[in-house]
Each structure stands twice: as structure tokens, then as C-alpha cells.
Ligand binder design. Sequence first.
Ligand code: KG4
Ligand code: ZN
Length: 347
Amino acid sequence: MIVLGIETSCDETAAAVVDDQRRIRSNILLSQTEDHRPYGGVVPEIAARAHVEHIDGLIREAMKAAGLKFSELDGVAATAGPGLIGGVMVGLVTGKAIAAAIAKPLLAINHLEGHALTARLTDDIDFPYLLLLVSGGHCQLLLIEGLGQYCRLGTTIDDAVGEAFDKAGKMLGLPFPGGPAIQVAAEKGDDKAVPLPRPMVGRAGCDFSFSGLKTALRRILEGNPDLAVGDVAASFQKAVGDVIVDRANNAVAMARQKIPNLDCMVLAGGVAANKHLRQRLDMLCGDVGFQLVAPPPALWTDNGAMIAWAGVERLQAGLTDPLDAPALARWPLDAHAKPMPFAGKKA
Ligand code: KG4
Ligand code: ZN
């Protein structure tokens, strides 16, 4: 079974071919980071236009690299949400057109499901597991019990963690995206130098909040413009780490109430690249008897292979979609999830 996957929900245009033997036949990606850098964040209109310009060439490249004709595909998977709606529509319509042309099933994929299942492609892990998704648009803890069985244990009530890193980087005058820049700056800093709050720490449940941290940082920088960037970066990174570890620890306890022998935590999203966070999560997992699984960096950020793989899993289960499947800006993975008070800017 061979599936083409298309991803256009944020600022990466991506196409990949994956088969049911967990082989990534091709994985082509074009990042728009440079297009958005002057604005310090992703601009939806610029993103949608860039997807339109590049998607057909990228798909052609992915098929060529896989050495396949379109007629050899068994299905076409495309991200149908959540994300920036203009971009989602570009990828989904393209996927529908190819599926119609070759008369093969369409798989309209939830981008979050793509992240949730990636570790099954890369590390062949079994259900159930706990997923910590930390990206520019999301900050969630989910219990992944089976295909289509996702229970959201906690989410952010305001900013996503990557968004918080990016905004903090902007305040510090660091280049976009702020996350990697803060990690580098923090290497030379003292993480106890700047007192910052730890929003939600010690509270029941495992929801996140980062807007208070951002506001506190802004006030401190306004009052103390001469603080060393490294000290601020290290203190900020430490505060974020404290919040995530506290929330993840609660999520382990919550998930074990349902599945007592649960012992695996999977990481996804760009913030998973943060070394400090990884060390902290490694320690947490050691303490609670969990194994920490992180797909290779190219696959934990947005990519086409994760969409193709979710397509393979859904196709195997007979879960195909009609050609009028809608593009959705918001689409919680957990059908019972409460609506979020604020929409994340990207997935
Ligand atoms: O998953 P991703 O590539 O894209 C989406 O959000 O869809 O995540 C990007 C986010 C950005 O906010 C970026 O600042 C953050 O991941 N990020 C990091 C690091 N590398 C990327 N944050 C903290 N530390 C890092 N090393
Ligand atoms: Zn994503």
C-alpha cells in the first residue's frame, strides 16, 4: 500500500510518499521561513500564495524521487486542518484533484493526527502512549489509545509554547524563529538571574498557559533594559521547562488512572528540538518509569511523510473520505475536546 501525503497547513509546503512497510519512499519539503522572517511571524496570505506557487512542483519531485507513477499510488492523503485556512485549501484541493484523476481514495487528514502517529512510522511503537505536542501552534498532552482514539488531557489556554518562545525572542531582539535563537543565547546565561513566573505549576490537571510568562518578561525588560540577553534567555527557557515538566508529570498520573501500565511518552513539534526541555523530560520519564520516544528532527516538525503515514493507517482501516471533505481552520483531535478560548496561529 503506497500513499502520497501533502502538507500545507502552515509555513511548510511538503509532499512525501510512504508505504505500509514503514518505508519513506520520498520526503520533499520547502520551508517558507525566509518569506516570513521580515514580519517576525507567519503571515497567512504570504503562506497561502507560496503554497500555490510550489505545491505542484514539490509533488512532482516527490513522485520522481519515489520512482513512481501516479497510477501506482493506492491513495492520496492531504492535511484538511487545523491550520491557516488558505494554505489548507491549497493542499486539500490539490490532493482531491489527484485522487479524482487517478480514481483512488482521498484521505483528509487531521494535521494533529499526523503528528500523533509519526512515532509509529519512525519507531514502530504500539498503542497506547502519551503524546506531548509542542509546536508553534500547539501545546497539548494527548492519550493516544488507538487509531482515531485520542483523548486530550490538556492544552494551552492561551499561547502555544513555540509562540511564547518566538515572542520572547522578538522582545530580546533575536532573529525569527525565536526558539532556536533563545536556546543558543541561553547557553551562556544564568538561568537563575531573572525571576519569572511558572504559570499553572502546582495546579490540578495538565493545561498550559504562557501569556503571563510573556507579560512578566515584557515588564522586566522594560524596567531593566540592560539585562544580559543570555541570562534572560536561560531564565525564560528554565521557566518554560518547569511548566512543561509539571504538566507532563500530571498527565502521566491522569493517563495511568485509565491505563495503569502506560509507559511511553512520544514527543512531537518543533519545540521538541530544545535541548534543555529534552533533558528535563528525559529525567521525568526516568523518574516515572516511562520511555521517551522522539522521531528524528525532520519528522517531528511539519512534513509530508507524517500525513502520508496517517493516510496509510487510515486506508488500512478503511477510513477514506469523500471528495467534498471540508478544509477546517479549527479541528480538535479529540471529538470531546472543549473549544479552545483562543485559536492557535498555526499547527
Ligand atoms: O513544529 P514546528 O516546526 O512548526 C509549527 O509550529 O507548525 O515548530 C516551530 C516552533 C517555533 O515556534 C520555533 O521557535 C520552535 O518550534 N522551536 C524551538 C526550537 N526549535 C524550534 N523552540 C525552542 N527551542 C528550540 N531549539
Ligand atoms: Zn504541526
